[in-house]
Write a protein that binds this ligand. Structure first.
Ligand code: NAD
Ligand code: MG
Length: 413
């Protein structure tokens, strides 16, 4: 067990991404508090090498074998002692090393599930950015956390805000804590006010240009479609034991109120701050203490007006699809996630139009029978089946491309 004064030893899964880099930024500000044991990335050799030079971890993992060999060479040339490992098993291994106290789970997509689950099974302090772990395997994940005695702290800004707004020592029972509802805020993304007749022409570049947050490309598209909020509703369900009817989404374009908890006496407790992921990251890293993190302090007078609106599900059908999947049970959420991952990847590759994203997801949700996924094999089996259906849909919708949808999307504005 980690004592209060001991240095906290970290594995950062997905260290070269947006959350990974923000985590290392906070860690570097507190060299006497944190040390880095392992860093991991998919295939970006240069980024992981620079991080190894700066943070001298004992282990660096690359998923791609060729990338791992290239990294090993550069590490040897630089005279560093970091051991380079490769593949999914190595990711799982560094997530549960005995010398590691805390694991930042910041891989994107269901690719993060196995190592994040390994950290939970290993009883680590798990800082959860990889929301897809909870969306795809919520029951299994929460059961694993409870069985191992792991500490689970949310990094998603909304869930971190809810966590901060719940009573200290919240035991998982909202009703006995006097909670009426969880209010998740959503910025509304880049297309909150775009005329609907322009949706057919939306390009990946436009979808990735979030007004308030700088993030990886997948979550940026999810924010544009509001599937991100849908995934977060499911994430909140598992993290806080909240039924669908106790979770409300409120559009708040300024992204200053990061989420709220409403109590039965009418009190609404909110957590606020400038939109900077280093706030939830530092909160979870130091929990229950507080540490500085380089974030600009909030100037409310400069912020001026804070607006709140109801989400427009006609504009954002992905949000409604996620609520449907949550009500249908955890197998449906696994299918929803897989279909969304394929749809976003194909959209980013300009193989599908923006408007195709909800169409593909709705079709796959209807086509795959999704019993509750209890084991990791169940989850991966459902994920696989849903991906196959999604790929079939993409192949069938080839006529869209021929009809010029994509040409229009990537052509004139
Ligand atoms: P990103 O794309 O910037 O980084 C992803 C990281 O995962 C990279 O280090 C990459 O090398 C690694 N990775 C990608 N594919 C992989 C694979 N197949 N196997 C192993 N590693 C792989 O993503 P991000 O924006 O940092 O988001 C990471 C996670 O955090 C996502 O689940 C996202 O939803 C969540 N999150 C991000 C933010 C944010 O502000 N960026 C906010 C809340 C939650
Ligand atoms: Mg979020």
């Amino acid at each position: 067990m980690m004592s209060d004064t001991a240095i906290q030893r970290l594995t950062i899964l997905g260290s070269t991404g947006s959350i990974g880099a923000s985590t290392l930024d906070v860690v570097a500000r507190h060299p006497r508090r944190f040390s880095v044991v392992a860093l991991t990335a998919n295939s970006d050799v240069d980024a992981l090498f620079q991080q190894c030079r700066r943070h001298t971890p004992a282990f660096a993992v690359m998923v791609d074998a060729g990338a791992a060999r290239a990294l090993e060479q550069r590490i040897a040339q630089a005279g560093l002692k970091t051991r380079v490992l490769c593949g999914m098993e190595a990711l799982e291994k560094v997530a549960c090393l005995p010398e590691v106290d805390t694991v930042m789970a910041a891989i994107v997509g269901i690719a993060g599930l196995r190592p994040t689950l390994a950290a939970a099974a290993g009883g680590k302090k798990v800082l959860l950015a990889n929301k897809e772990s909870l969306v795809t395997a919520g029951r299994l994940f929460m059961d694993t956390v409870r069985a191992s005695g792991a500490t689970l702290l949310p990094i998603d800004s909304e869930h971190n805000a809810v966590f901060q707004s719940l009573p200290r020592g919240f035991d998982g029972d909202l009703a006995s804590s006097g909670v009426r509802r969880i209010l998740l805020t959503a910025s509304g993304g880049p297309f909150r006010t775009l005329p609907l007749d322009q949706f057919a022409n939306i390009t990946p570049q436009q979808a990735c240009a979030h007004p308030n947050w700088v993030m990886g490309r997948k979550i940026s598209v999810d924010s544009a479609t509001m599937m991100n909020k849908g995934l977060e509703v499911i994430e909140a369900h598992w993290l806080f034991g909240a039924p669908a009817e106790c979770i409300e989404v409120v559009v708040h374009p300024e992204s200053i109120v990061h989420s709220m908890v409403e109590y039965v006496d009418g009190s609404v407790i909110a957590q606020m701050g400038n939109p900077d992921m280093r706030t939830p990251i530092a909160h979870a890293l130091a929990y229950p203490e507080r540490i500085a993190n380089g974030v600009n302090f909030l100037d409310l007078a400069a912020a001026g007006t804070l607006r709140f609106e109801q989400p427009d599900v006609g504009r954002f059908p992905c949000l409604a699809l996620a609520f449907t999947a949550l009500r249908d049970g955890n197998g449906a959420a696994t299918v929803l996630n897989a279909a969304n991952e394929v749809a976003v990847e194909r959209f980013l590759d300009e193989d599908l139009s923006y408007a195709d994203i909800p169409r593909l997801i709705e079709t796959v949700l209807g086509a795959v029978h999704a019993p509750p996924a209890r084991t990791l094999d169940d989850v991966m089996g459902l994920d696989h089946e849903a991906r196959e259906q999604a790929w079939r849909w993409v192949a069938r919708s080839g006529h869209n491309r021929a009809a010029g949808t994509i040409a229009a999307a990537s052509g004139s504005k």
